[in-house]
Design a protein around this ligand. Structure first.
Ligand code: MSP
Length: 526
C-alpha cells in the first residue's frame, strides 16, 4: 500500500534555448527526490514541462523564421532527449500549448474573474521580454548610454504604458500573504530566501497585469477574447495541469495530489512562486504548496551559466566524459542545494576519482574479487557464534536510514550522500584492518574470513541501496552483481536497509570497474 501522494515540480522551461546544465540541475534534483520517495513507499507525481507561450518564445521563433508553434514543436525533443539521457523519471510533461493546459488556464482565470478578483485597466510601466516581467520606471536601471534597462538582466526594456490589461488584485493579498508566511515557516526555503520575500511583500504589492492584448501568442481569456494570458499567469498553472486539474480523463487525481510537497525553482523566480502563486491560489480557494525551495545558481568561473553568456555546456557533453551517474552524483553531492555553487571540469574529475573510482568502485571490485577468490563467487554464510559479534559496519548501517531520510526529506542531498559515503569509507578501512588475505591463509580463521566478507558485501548492498536515487544505473548493476533485483523497485527503503538482507549463497560477480579512473590531463577542460 503506498503511503500516500508525494508531488512536486521543476519549473517549466522556456523553449527559447536548449536545455543546459542549469536547467538539468533542478531536474536531476527533482528526479533524485522522485526516486527516493518511490523507494520510500510514496506514490510520486513529478511534474516538469515547457513554457511555450510569451513574447520571448514568439520573438525567438520569429528570429528563426518559424511560427511559434513550429518552433516549440522543434524544441520539445531536445528537452525530452536530455531528460531521457539523464534518466529522469517525470510523471507528467506539460507543454503549455496543449489543449488540456488551455482548459486549466481558462477555467482558473474565469473562476477568479467571476469571483471579482480581476479588473480591466491601462498598464503604466515597462516590460522586459527576456525576464517576461513588468517593471515600474522606478525599478529600472540605466546603462552607460543612458538607456533604461532591466534591473535583473540589464537588457533594454519596452514601454508598455497604455496597454489595456486585465489586472489581478494582488495588492489585496499583502496581509494574507504575510500571515501565511508567519504561520508556515517551512513555505520558503532556504531561510535567506524567506527573508527576502517577506521584506519584499512588507514593502507593498502592486496589482498584477495578467493579460496581454498587444500580441497573441498565449491562451485566450474566455471573458475577453482580445486578450491572452500573461506568460506567468499561464505557466504557473502548468503545475496543476500536470496532476489532472480540469482533466476529465483523470478523475480524483487533482484532489489526491494537491497541495504538493515542493516546487523546486531557481532563486531568480522565487517571487513568482512565493508571492504571485500563493495569492492566486488563495483567490481560487485552493490550498498552497508546502514548500518552495529556491536553489542557487551554478557558476562557471564565478559567473552564472547561461546560454546568452555562451558558457552553457550541454548535459550531453559531460555525460560523454563522465557517464550519466557520475554527472548526477557530482551535481547533487558537490553543490550544496540552496547555495550558489562553482562547478568546473577539474573539480568534477577530482570528485569522480576520489569518491567514485577510488572509494565506491574500488571497494566493490576488491570485495567482489575476494568473494570470487575465497568463496567461489558466493555470498558466504556467517557462522552462528558471530551473529552477535561486535560489528562496526552494522552499527553505522543501523543508524544510516535515520540520517539519510532526514537529509533527503530536507532535500539536503550533499548531507545524504555524505552519510552514505561515511559507511563506504568505513568499509574500506574495515577491509584493511581485517586483512582477509591473511585470514585466508589460516584454516582456523575460515569463519572469521566469512564474517568479514559477508559484512563487507552487506555494507556494499546497503550503500548501493541508498545511492540508488542518485546513481540508479550503478546501483542496479551492483545489485545485479550481488544476485539481487533492481533496487529501484523497492518500496520500503528503510526496511530494505536493515542489516542482514543479503542472502548467503547468492552469486557474486566481479565484473568490470564501475568507475574507471579518469586522467585529469586527458579530459578536455571547459
Ligand atoms: N519558464 C520560467 C519558469 C516558469 S515555472 C512556472 C523560467 N524558465 S527558464 O528556462 O528560464 O529557467 C528555468 C530554471 O532554470 C529557473 O529556475 C532558473 O533558476 C534555472 N537556471 C537557469 N540557469 C541556471 C544556472 N546557471 N544554475 C542553476 N539554475 C539555473 O524561468
Amino acid at each position: 500500500m503506498p503511503k500516500g501522494s508525494y508531488s512536486f515540480t521543476t519549473p517549466i522551461y522556456y523553449v527559447n534555448a536548449a536545455p543546459h546544465l542549469g536547467t538539468a540541475y533542478t531536474t536531476i534534483a527533482a528526479d533524485t527526490v522522485a526516486r527516493y520517495q518511490r523507494m520510500n513507499g510514496y506514490d510520486v507525481a513529478f511534474v516538469t514541462g515547457l513554457d511555450e507561450h510569451g513574447q520571448k518564445v514568439a520573438d525567438t521563433a520569429a528570429g528563426h523564421g518559424m511560427t511559434p508553434q513550429a518552433w516549440c514543436d522543434s524544441m520539445e525533443p531536445a528537452f525530452r532527449e536530455a531528460w531521457d539521457l539523464l534518466d529522469i523519471t517525470y510523471t507528467d510533461f506539460v507543454r503549455t500549448t496543449e489543449a488540456r493546459h488551455a482548459r486549466t488556464v481558462q477555467r482558473f482565470w474565469t473562476d477568479l474573474y467571476e469571483k471579482g478578483f480581476l479588473y480591466k485597466g491601462a498598464y503604466e510601466g515597462w516590460y522586459c521580454v527576456h525576464e517576461e516581467t513588468y517593471y515600474a520606471e522606478s525599478d529600472l536601471e540605466k546603462d552607460e548610454s543612458g538607456i533604461l534597462v532591466c534591473p535583473d538582466c540589464k537588457r533594454p526594456v519596452q514601454e508598455a504604458s497604455g496597454e489595456e490589461n486585465w489586472f489581478f488584485k494582488l495588492s489585496d493579498f499583502q496581509e494574507q500573504l504575510l500571515a501565511f508566511y508567519d504561520e508556515n515557516p517551512g513555505f520558503i526555503k532556504p531561510e535567506t530566501r524567506r527573508n527576502e520575500v517577506t521584506s519584499f511583500v512588507r514593502g507593498g504589492l502592486k496589482d498584477l497585469s495578467i493579460s496581454r492584448s498587444t500580441f497573441d501568442w498565449g491562451v485566450p481569456l474566455p471573458f475577453d477574447e482580445g486578450h491572452v494570458a500573461y506568460v506567468w499567469a499561464d505557466a504557473l498553472l502548468a503545475y496543476i495541469t500536470g496532476i489532472g486539474y480540469a482533466d476529465e480523463g483523470r478523475p480524483g487525481e487533482f484532489d489526491a495530489r494537491w497541495p504538493m510537497q515542493y516546487h523546486f525553482v531557481g532563486k531568480d523566480i522565487i517571487r513568482f512562486h512565493c508571492v504571485i502563486w500563493p495569492a492566486m491560489l488563495m483567490a481560487a480557494g485552493l490550498p498552497i504548496t508546502h514548500t518552495v525551495f529556491g536553489h542557487g545558481f551554478l557558476l562557471t568561473k564565478g559567473e552564472k551559466m547561461s546560454k546568452s553568456k555562451g558558457n552553457a555546456l550541454r548535459p550531453s557533453d559531460l555525460i560523454e566524459v563522465f557517464g550519466v551517474d557520475a554527472y548526477r552524483y557530482y551535481f547533487m553531492s558537490d553543490v550544496q542545494f540552496g547555495s550558489d555553487g562553482s562547478i568546473s571540469m577539474e573539480r568534477m574529475v577530482q570528485v569522480y576519482n576520489a569518491d567514485l573510482a577510488n572509494t565506491w568502485g574500488n571497494l566493490c571490485s576488491r570485495v567482489f574479487n575476494m568473494t570470487e577468490k575465497y568463496f567461489d563467487g558466493k555470498v558466504p554464510a556467517v557462522a552462528p557464534p558471530f551473529a552477535d559479534a561486535p560489528n562496526p559496519l552494522k552499527d553505522i548501517a543501523d543508524a544510516l536510514y535515520g540520517h539519510y531520510d532526514a537529509a533527503m526529506g530536507a532535500v539536503d542531498f550533499s548531507a545524504a550522500v555524505a552519510a552514505v559515503q561515511r559507511l563506504a569509507g568505513r568499509v574500506n578501512l574495515y577491509v584493511e584492518e581485517s586483512a582477509p588475505w591473511n585470514l585466508a591463509k589460516q584454516a582456523e580463521a575460515a569463519s572469521d574470513l566469512a564474517f568479514v566478507i559477508y559484512n563487507s558485501l552487506e555494507a556494499i548492498r546497503i550503500i548501493a541501496l541508498y545511492l540508488a536515487p542518485f546513481m540508479p544505473k550503478t546501483s542496479s548493476e551492483v545489485f545485479r552483481r550481488l544476485g539481487l533485483g533492481d533496487p529501484s523497485a523497492i518500496t520500503d527503503i528503510g526496511q530494505a536497509g536493515a542489516w542482514g538482507g543479503l542472502p548467503a549463497g547468492n552469486p557474486v560477480e566481479t565484473g568490470d570497474a564501475l568507475f574507471p579512473r579518469l586522467d585529469g590531463e586527458a579530459v578536455e577542460l571547459a
